[in-house]
Design a binder for this molecule. Structure first.
Ligand code: PMP
Length: 395
């Protein structure tokens, strides 16, 4: 049989990141490659308790088919969370998704025709790049610095690509760089989007995990013309296996999203929506998030101190104030994949920069994760990584 795939299916079966994670998963390797939250922080006992309550009080309703837009009580809870971040909204502006990955997919499905331009940060979340590619988007990357997307370059990219559908941005503790967009750039981004009448997709899975510095309002906060589609998720503040996220957007857009979602998966798991709504009504999720922040802050500090102690002085790295990642830039023309192989010999791993770039790759870049690792392992792993970098640079 010759399978006649659609244009959406990648030609190659290669899964470079999957391969990296497989190598990194060997028991002797200390892996900073994944992006997993710390499982010891999942509120297992609390979720078990509220699950029992859901079964006892509304088991038949929770196990029944439901609506694509999502369980109203959960959407009510999300309205409160959004208000906490300075975004006034209503349950009619919110749709529950099966994680932000689905939200990104539905957004692209809804707006991107083959050849349409999507503007992204360079580097950016690789699974978003996969989605945009699958819909045939023309992806344009804009460089970043410590304060997020370079706004002059963004304006140029928008001006040069009149078929731009949206700007995709991860403004807080970005994946992969850990960088945060400054407030003035958020305002400038809105101004540019207003001037050129384009949309912004604000993907914010990490914003709640700020462990240093001051909160910055979401881009959605500055949005007077309903052009921002805001995405977030329970993956990093509760548990990713729940597969629950949400979309905040203008009401008529939510109606369209609901139709798209119906065709994709009818609705997100109804039982899980009941459980999370109950969890949020009985427990203070901010107390839970505080625990996550404390642990991640300590791990980030340990990693940063180890980097300062063991990396050559000319290596650059980001200084995240939250989230899960640090981005490293080794100077010169270092092939990060070769560096990865050297690291594996030293029993330590990271994700090389390449898959995060929509086009030309900046050599010598890689991502480190600190959320899912004991402090001792972080120290040992970073020492090994420092040795591997010194070996590579001096060769
Ligand atoms: N967006 C970004 C920037 C991410 O890093 C991730 C996953 N880590 C997602 C979306 C998808 O998250 P979810 O588990 O909610 O699908």
């Amino acid at each position: 049989m010759t399978y006649q795939f659609s244009d959406r299916v990648p030609e190659s079966d290669e899964d470079p990141v999957g391969n990296i994670l497989k190598v990194a998963g060997s028991p002797d390797v200390i892996s900073f490659a994944g992006g997993l939250p710390a499982p010891e922080l999942f509120p297992v006992a609390e979720l078990k308790r509220v699950t029992d309550e859901v079964y006892d009080e509304s088991g038949r309703q929770a196990l029944q088919y439901s609506t694509a837009i999502g369980y109203p009580q959960l959407r009510e809870q999300i309205v409160k969370r959004m208000a906490h971040q300075g975004v006034k909204t209503t349950i009619d502006n919110i749709m529950i998704s099966t994680g932000s990955q689905q939200s990104i997919d539905l957004t692209a499905k809804m707006f991107v025709n083959p050849g349409d331009t999507v503007i992204v940060e360079k580097p950016t979340y690789l699974c978003a790049l996969d989605v945009f590619r699958s819909y045939g988007a023309h992806i344009v990357g804009v460089d970043m610095d410590e304060n997020g997307m370079k706004i002059d370059q963004l304006e140029k990219a928008v001006a040069e690509n009149p078929n731009t559908k949206f700007i995709y941005t991860i403004p807080n503790f970005q994946n992969p760089t850990g960088r945060t967009m400054s407030a003035d750039r958020r305002e400038r981004m809105i101004e540019i989007a207003d001037n050129y009448d384009i949309m912004i997709v604000e993907d914010d899975p990490y914003g709640a995990i700020r462990f240093a510095g001051d909160d910055i309002e979401p881009i959605k906060f500055y949005d007077d013309h309903e052009r921002v589609i805001y995405l977030s998720t329970f993956s990093k503040i509760l548990a990713p296996g729940l597969r629950l996220g949400w979309i905040v957007a203008e009401k008529s857009l939510i109606k369209k999203f609901t139709l798209m979602k119906q065709s994709a998966d009818v609705h997100s798991d109804n039982l899980t929506q009941h459980i999370v709504a109950k969890f949020m009504s009985e427990y203070d999720i901010d107390d839970h998030i505080d625990k996550i922040k404390q642990v991640y802050r300590k791990r980030e500090r340990v990693m940063m101190n180890a980097i300062e102690a063991f990396f050559p002085k000319n290596v650059h790295y980001s200084h995240p104030e939250g989230g899960l990642f640090i981005w490293v830039e080794v100077p010169g023309d270092v092939d990060t994949k070769a560096l990865f192989d050297t690291c594996i010999k030293h029993n330590v791993a990271f994700v090389p920069g390449e898959p995060f770039y929509p086009d030309a790759v900046t050599p010598g870049t890689f991502r480190l994760n600190y959320s899912n690792m004991s402090e001792d392992h972080i120290k040992t792993g970073i020492k090994r990584l420092g040795d591997a970098i010194k070996e590579t640079i001096s060769e």
